[in-house]
Design a protein around this ligand. Structure first.
Ligand code: UT7
Length: 344
């Protein structure tokens, strides 16, 4: 048995905001943002777009590819996607920015919108590691029941709606987007698909990256005036130090677990939070930087969406060959971290 990726998809809002656009509104510069993070642009959703809207677009693109259609005609894509939507057994959606807090899950909204009537649906909350966790969750659920064949795993985020636009230390970092994959259980035993996943958490760092208001710890109370929207707070340096170690340790552990050498790895797809984190980990592990796929320049940090978004971009640009050994590595709020080994 193998759990293979048979389709990928992404969605980003059309509105593209450059560092120079931001510096016209807040006290920052293109030079600072590029030199400290590698970010050049981000895509920002309009007022009417929620997490499930981007998730549905990414899911339809992935479903259509799994059904054999990769063209640009939207009606054809939708037809191809709806052909196989009924064959999906579960939807796992990773996000920190759901349509609604608590209930319903965004996965259930996606299930309804794409017509995946036979799919179980739930969200995963694991910060920017959400997609890595989601793949392992879906692979596990597919493995333990013979009748389950296919899963849709999505990372989708609208971070710009929970961004503190008065905090230049965080607001320049985030962007909106979604990525999705279709997993299928096949007979390609050990030759293709998800070979192994490692998922970890260090809850002692739970307040390093946090949305403090709105939950049961700190709800808005009757009569209280809501002066500001709910937003993300981050201790940048704490998270930076954690992230470099998380990336280094995860890649090292994945390689040891499957007895993999650096030369065996075709590409590493890291969570795109900061190019400097990847550069520091690459130096420590003595892995050439070119082995890491980076698209942070265009999309900034899209949290749980960043890995599947990169995966789809690589796939559609012909950067992935059958048999390639890929590593994903994620880290983020929780604090959480982990990675997957995938044979393409
Ligand atoms: O995806 C979830 C995981 N998140 C991450 O992995 C993020 C991890 N952290 C980081 O990537 C980095 O810590 C940041 C990019 C967030 C910050 O970079 P830094 O090199 O740690 O900067 P800093 O916070 O130490 O700030 C250095 C200086 C400060 O000025 P002073 O006090 O030295 O005068 C800041 O006020 O840079 C200033 N600064 C800015 N200047 C221009 C902070 N933000 C900005 C800005 N534009 N946007």
């Amino acid at each position: 048995m193998a759990i293979e990726i048979i389709g990928t998809g992404k969605a980003v809002p059309p509105k593209r905001v450059s560092n120079n656009d931001l510096s016209a509104q807040i006290d920052t510069t293109d030079e600072w943002i590029r030199s400290h993070t590698g970010i050049g642009n981000r895509h920002i959703a309009d007022e009417n777009t929620a997490c499930s809207d981007l998730a549905v677009e990414a899911a339809k693109n992935a479903l259509a590819m799994a059904a054999g259609y990769t063209g640009a005609d939207i009606a054809e894509r939708n037809r191809a996607a709806s052909e196989i939507a009924g064959s999906i057994d579960m939807i796992i959606l990773a996000t920190a920015t759901p349509d609604f807090y608590g209930t319903p899950s965004t996965a259930c909204i996606v299930q309804n919108k794409i017509g995946a009537r036979n799919a179980a649906a739930m969200d995963v909350t694991a910060g920017c590691t959400g997609f890595v966790y989601g793949l392992e969750t879906a692979a596990g659920l597919l493995s333990i029941r013979q009748e389950r064949k296919r899963a849709l795993v999505i990372g989708s985020e609208i971070l710009t709606k929970v961004t503190d636009w008065n905090d230049r230390g965080t607001c320049v970092l985030f962007g909106d987007g979604a990525g999705a994959v279709i997993l299928e259980k096949t007979g390609a035993d050990g030759k293709r698909g998800i070979l192994r996943s490692l998922i970890y958490a260090d809850g002692s760092g739970n307040s390093s990256l946090i949305m403090r208001r709105g939950g049961s710890r700190n709800p808005y109370k009757k009569g209280e005036t809501m002066t500001e929207p709910i937003y993300i707070e981050m201790n940048g340096q704490e998270v930076y130090n954690f992230a470099v170690k998380a990336v280094t340790d995860t890649i090292d552990a994945l390689m040891k677990a499957e007895d993999i050498k650096i030369d065996d790895i075709a590409r590493i797809i890291p969570h795109q939070a900061n190019a400097r984190i990847v550069q520091a980990a690459a130096r420590r592990l003595r892995i050439p930087l070119e082995r890491f796929y980076l698209n942070i320049e265009e999309y900034a940090n899209t949290s749980a969406a960043s890995i599947p978004l990169a995966l789809d971009e690589m796939n559609r640009n012909g950067l992935l060959k059958k048999g390639d050994l890929l590593l994903t590595v994620g880290f983020g709020g929780g604090l959480t971290y982990g990675g997957n080994i995938i044979i393409w």
